[in-house]
Design a protein around this ligand. Structure first.
Ligand code: GLN
Ligand code: ZN
Length: 762
């Protein structure tokens, strides 16, 4: 008989009411002193543990909880403190300085945690640094939990293989040295835990999912060396976010347990397990509930599936758990959330997922009959959710069936479109434009607040937006830009704005998840078929166009970005959801065109973010992502110019997809890319419209004209001038008006000088 336990890999830090965020921000602003801050954070540490205990989870994690980020915790713990922060003597000041920067030292870089929307602080390797274990955070947290609550917890540690994979500042040949330096420190850390009597630690190694057999073998050596000296402590080696290709190597690691994600693995982990078996002397920690979606599980199906897994396993112990840390879902359903019952009942956040696990355990131990009534309830909730989603449906299924290849392609080839558009748009060479948003000043934000709180009527707010638009149309004319924008003053967020106007989306008031540090987001919830209801941007765009004889560019968020920044429904493939959004946006594009807008930009900043972890899965994703984009943009006349925008430089890795979007113009970030991308373009010319960002919008600095002129001239060495655009890196909503105006004036002047020079050379 297999012993079944429930386990949690990690829990959200932010608290049901974002207490964590509030404590952090109050402390940073100096509104609370350190003592109060530490006391508050401690309470939150215990609250997270108690929530998990209340769900009767057998194995509770500690040290997943943090002041900011668990990767930063790991770096600090091993004294990976870059030289520029060494003057700060206080550990907590150093910690926050690395995360947020100081006047003297820029913060460490931040980047996406695998394929999630969580961002971690990138550890920086420095060659001659003295690495050592400065504090044993897992041990401290373990003791704290034990003393206060009397519970035996499982410390969570980020594994060395993954930690190094996430770090920067070294060359591949340094890796062995880094391992050499770090293995004794990890050993010491684990030894101290062992001495304290800790039974299990969870060592997270998500980077192993993409490791080749050779890389996995190198990782195995790490564990052999560590385990040589720490034999009395059980190690659970935890992987997640995908299957493990090097499964055969993985099961031979000298550890007592292995954690596998059976949800995001496309069935591969089970295949490997069946083909190569699973060691009888190890615990299998099976990720069986989706730790990344927000939906109630199909408990009956999960129960049957897990029972079958166990029967084939013949192991003495199995842990059932979410597929990954619950960091990526909201804490718990909030008692005050105002959503339809059918929707609320279909949701399952971190706390609820853990209670689902407890129920599954009960079903596995005592038999299905013991939990049949709860299973029936869950089934009913899922049925009701489906009906609720379907009630708002247009007959998309029908429309979907009618889509043909032509709906995904513009009828005329690019070169011909370019000729036609050049004639009808009448733009100068090297046209200047911006990416869409203008400064969302305190005034703009407070106007929206007043309107949301109903202190302002729709009319009042509407006329404020109009005034702001008019002011910025005048400013743009004054600056001398060629293609203008309305400024996006009516939008807080580029996904929320559209989601609120489309059918099939719901917005929660309390379902926050951490994006990075204290920043939390509330992703929209896609629960039904996405439906176009009425034009979403026509009024603002047409108004802006009525104020000027220059062309105003319409601004939409693309289907892939809307999908990637939302919680998607579980019962349709992502591709189909993207197509639904695309189909709705297509109607918006048509409405804009009909209203006389000749240039329409469909932003896809999150397209690359959605890339699967494994390269072999990229093609499938990129193919449908490009199809979705084309579905939204292909029904226009040849005279209508489609733009797109992406927020990153160096698109080498997705260049075929960019080509595949068949946009007339793409604008991308470029100002900080140090020429590497131009070398690439020299080898692989890009022949459609291209706007390379000529200035960094992340900084208040106003770059001089010459600097931007140099960027333009360098670009023109490899880009055809008759299709090159001049623009900033991204939208300007976070900038101040003065600096924005000054920088754009310089940019327009740079474009003018570049044109003059071009004219001389012909
Ligand atoms: N049009 C958007 C803006 O200018 C684009 C934002 C983005 O790329 N993230 O704000
Ligand atoms: Zn951008």
């Amino acid at each position: 008989m297999t012993n079944v336990k429930t386990s949690s890999l990690g829990f959200p830090r932010i608290g049901l009411n974002r207490e964590w965020k509030k404590s952090l921000e109050a402390y940073w602003k100096g509104k609370t002193d350190r003592e109060t801050f530490l006391k508050e954070i401690d309470e939150q540490f215990f609250a997270a543990l108690k929530t998990q205990l209340d769900q009767q989870i057998d194995i509770i994690p500690v040290s997943d909880f943090t002041f900011y980020d668990h990767v930063l915790d790991t770096a600090i713990m091993f004294n990976w403190i870059p030289e520029r922060f060494k003057d700060l003597n206080d550990p907590l000041d150093t910690y926050f300085a690395m995360a947020r920067g100081t006047k003297e030292a820029v913060s460490c870089e931040m980047t996406k945690w695998f394929n999630t929307n969580y961002h971690y602080i990138v550890p920086e390797y420095e060659k001659n640094a003295q690495y050592r274990l400065t504090k044993n955070k897992p041990l401290e947290d373990y003791k704290k939990a034990k003393t206060a609550l009397g519970v035996e917890t499982k410390p969570v540690i980020l594994g060395l293989y993954t930690f190094v994979a996430l770090a920067k500042g070294y060359e591949t040949q340094d890796i062995k040295d880094i391992y050499q330096q770090m293995i004794p420190l990890y050993t010491q850390l684990l030894k101290e835990l062992e001495q304290e009597g800790v039974k299990w630690v969870q060592i997270d190694e998500p980077a192993l999912v993409t490791a080749s057999p050779a890389e996995a073998a190198a990782a195995k050596e790490i564990y052999e060396k560590i385990k040589d000296n720490v034999s009395g402590l059980n190690v659970l080696l935890q992987t997640y976010f995908d299957s493990v290709d090097a499964y055969k190597e993985l099961i031979s690691f000298p550890v007592e347990g292995i954690g596998l994600d059976f949800v995001h693995d496309k069935g591969k982990n089970l295949e490997h397990l069946k083909a190569h078996g699973f060691p009888k002397d190890k615990v299998l920690a099976a990720g069986i509930l989706d730790g990344r979606n927000i939906w109630k599980a199909n408990l009956e199906e999960r129960l049957d599936w897990t029972a079958e897994l166990i029967s084939g396993l013949g192991a003495s112990e199995i842990w059932i758990q979410p597929s990954n840390s619950l960091l990526h879902v909201p804490v718990a359903k909030h008692p005050e959330e105002q959503l339809a019952d059918d929707l609320i009942n279909g949701l399952s956040f971190a706390k609820e997922k853990l209670s689902e696990l407890t129920l599954l355990k009960e079903g596995l131990v005592s038999g299905k009959a013991a939990v049949q009534s709860q299973i029936n309830d869950a089934n009913e909730h899922l049925q009701a959710l489906k009906r609720y989603g379907a009630a708002t449906n247009t007959a998309f299924a029908e429309e979907r069936d009618k889509l043909t290849e032509e709906d995904f392609a513009r009828p005329t080839a690019f070169e011909e479109r370019l000729r036609i558009q050049n004639e009808s748009l009448g733009l100068p060479v090297l046209p200047t434009t911006t990416i869409g948003s203008f400064p969302q000043t305190a005034e703009v934000r407070s106007a929206r607040q007043k309107w949301r709180k109903q202190e302002w009527s729709d009319e009042q707010y509407g006329s404020f937006i109009k005034e702001e638009t008019k002011r910025w149309i005048d400013i743009q004319e004054d600056i001398g830009l060629d293609v203008l924008v309305h400024g996006e003053f009516e939008r807080t967020d580029m996904v929320e704005y559209f989601g609120e106007k489309l059918g099939g989306f719901a917005f929660t008031k309390y379902a926050w998840v951490q994006s990075y540090g204290s920043r939390c987001v509330r992703p929209p919830v896609i629960y039904g078929d996405v439906e176009f209801k009425e034009p979403m941007t026509v009024k603002e765009t047409v108004y802006a166009q009525s104020l000027t004889s220059k062309k105003v560019k319409g601004m939409l968020t693309g289907p892939v970005t809307i999908l990637n920044w939302s919680f998607a429904r579980y019962d349709l493939p992502r591709k189909e959801i993207a197509f639904q959004i695309a189909h709705a946006l297509r109607k918006e594009v048509e409405a804009l065109e009909k209203a006389g807008i000749q240039i329409i930009q469909v932003d896809e900043p999150a397209l690359r973010e959605g890339l699967p972890l494994k390269e072999r899965d990229w093609n499938e994703y990129l193919t449908w992502a490009a199809e979705a984009f084309r579905l939204s943009t292909s029904s226009v006349q040849d005279t209508t110019q489609i733009h797109t925008h992406m927020c990153y430089s160096n698109f080498e890795d997705i260049v075929d997809t960019i080509e595949d979007l068949d946009a007339d113009v793409i604008t991308i970030e470029h100002s900080r890319s140090h020429g590497g991308f131009l070398d690439y373009l020299e080898q692989h010319p890009y022949l459609k419209g291209l706007g390379l960002g000529v200035y960094d919008i992340h900084s208040p600095r106003v770059p001089p004209t010459e600097e931007m002129l140099t960027i333009i001239e360098d670009a023109l060495k490899v880009c055809p001038a008759d299709r090159f655009w001049v623009n900033p890196d991204c939208g300007l909503k976070t900038r101040q008006p003065e600096e924005t105006i000054a920088a754009l004036k310089n940019m327009v002047e740079a474009a003018k000088q570049a044109r003059d020079k071009l004219a001389q050379t012909v």
